[in-house]
Design a protein around this ligand. Structure first.
Ligand SMILES: Nc1ncnc2c1ncn2[C@@H]1O[C@H](COP(=O)(O)OP(=O)(O)O)[C@@H](O)[C@H]1O
Ligand SMILES: [Mg+2]
Length: 368
């Protein structure tokens, strides 16, 4: 499940299914295969034995051959040939089915495998494999659209709460401060005066915290000034509050990023910076935003403790980053090792529309 701190909206990413059956559990197919193989072999053996006996009796009316070794030899040869042919045939027929079962068991639904260009095997297996890949594609499309709806709802909810905090609660606290100030002016009791001043200070602090909270929920700098300014503020505040050397750099052109990609990049940076502050114990934090005509890259790195265990250690925060990256067609990588810090990288292609605009601008520039 994905839950962003402070908002309560949960998204359940479809992760790789626990294997329906373990390697041993796979014996479901192996058992069926074993049973079918045994059944086919047994029936074949009985038929061959009956046919050989019948043929020998029919071709030897005097019964002179009945006890001879020839019957045993013919029978043995026929049985061995039957077993060999059956094993060869059935193994060949089952091999693509086993491959498909392997593929189904190991399919990671958070990163569905591409359908192979050519599918081999019997007609039934080919059609089964095609249906499986079509089902994976449908699941992936469903998952993306559900996650996109949930993330959209989450952003709208954050925006509403931030607005309410700012407009309603903040206004009420401002009115309270003004009333306190008025009462203070009218009072001539120094003790009450000091008490009122202290209450006023507490209210001011609550207002500051409230505004910080509202800003975190919906960074107005992102709406008003764009990603670059919002990231600069985020990094500056994190560095100041956590007491670490934090730097933000921009390279290339990042102006043309679509709004949804800006929001995704901001939320990923927010979580990665929070992680660096909470878990890394780092001295340095560096955030880089690199733009080109085709893609943008956002890198958040720290020189802190790092962690081992890779994806197994990831929890809601990193899962949420991955989910957001997937939604904008991007890719997220998290590299970390004990003592070597952590680096989170988001790479996303700019939409074709943006690239074409860039190409047109370049053509115009060259023409003029
Ligand atoms: N920058 C980092 N430095 C050190 N450890 C980290 C860093 N980022 C993540 N981690 C480790 O990975 C775990 C999972 O992170 P995350 O998915 O964000 O969940 P949460 O922050 O809620 O614990 C953290 O609990 C922490 O142990
Ligand atoms: Mg976290």
């Amino acid at each position: 499940m994905v839950a962003d701190r402070g908002n309560g909206i949960l998204i359940r990413p479809i992760r790789s299914h626990p294997k329906v059956a373990s390697r041993d559990g796979r014996s479901g197919l192996c058992m069926r295969r074993g049973t079918l193989l045994t059944q086919v072999l047994t029936v074949n053996l009985l038929l061959i034995a009956a046919a050989v006996l019948a043929a020998s009796i029919a071709s030897d009316p005097d019964n002179t051959l009945r006890d001879s070794a020839t019957i045993g030899l013919v029978l043995g040869f026929a049985l061995a040939a039957t077993v060999a042919v059956n094993i060869w045939l059935l193994t060949r027929r089952f091999e693509p089915l086993e491959r498909l079962v392997d593929e189904m068991e190991s399919a990671d639904l958070s990163n569905p495998p591409q359908a192979p260009a050519t599918v081999t095997g019997s007609r039934e297996v080919v059609s089964l494999e095609r249906s499986f890949h079509a089902m994976l594609e449908r699941l992936e499309a469903e998952r993306r659209s559900a996650a996109s709806v949930a993330l959209g709802a989450q952003e709208r909810e954050r925006e509403r709460i931030a607005r309410d905090l700012h407009d309603e609660v903040n206004q009420a606290l401002t009115a309270l401060l003004l009333r306190l100030e008025a009462v203070r002016r009218q009072s001539d009791d120094p003790a009450a005066d000091a008490e009122l001043a202290e209450i006023g200070e507490l209210v001011s602090r609550a207002m500051r915290e409230l505004l910080d909270l509202a800003r975190g929920l919906r960074p107005t700098t992102l709406d008003d000034l764009g990603l670059e300014a919002a990231l600069a503020t985020l990094v500056e505040e994190a560095g100041r509050e956590a007491g670490l050397a934090a730097g933000f750099e921009v390279e290339g052109d990042v102006e043309r990023m679509p709004e949804d990609l800006q929001l995704v990049a901001y939320r990923i940076a927010q979580e990665a910076v929070t992680n660096a502050v909470q878990h890394a114990g780092a001295e340095h934090l560096r955030v880089r935003l690199i733009g080109s005509d085709e893609e943008v890259e956002l890198r958040i790195s720290d020189d802190g403790a790092g962690y081992e265990g890779g994806r197994a250690r990831e929890r809601l925060g990193i899962a949420g980053m991955r989910e957001r990256a997937l939604l904008c067609g991007g890719e997220l990588s998290v590299e970390s090792a004990p003592g070597a810090g952590t680096r989170v990288t988001l790479r996303a292609d700019l939409p074709m529309r943006m690239r074409m605009e860039a190409d047109e601008a370049e053509t115009e520039r060259c023409a003029s």
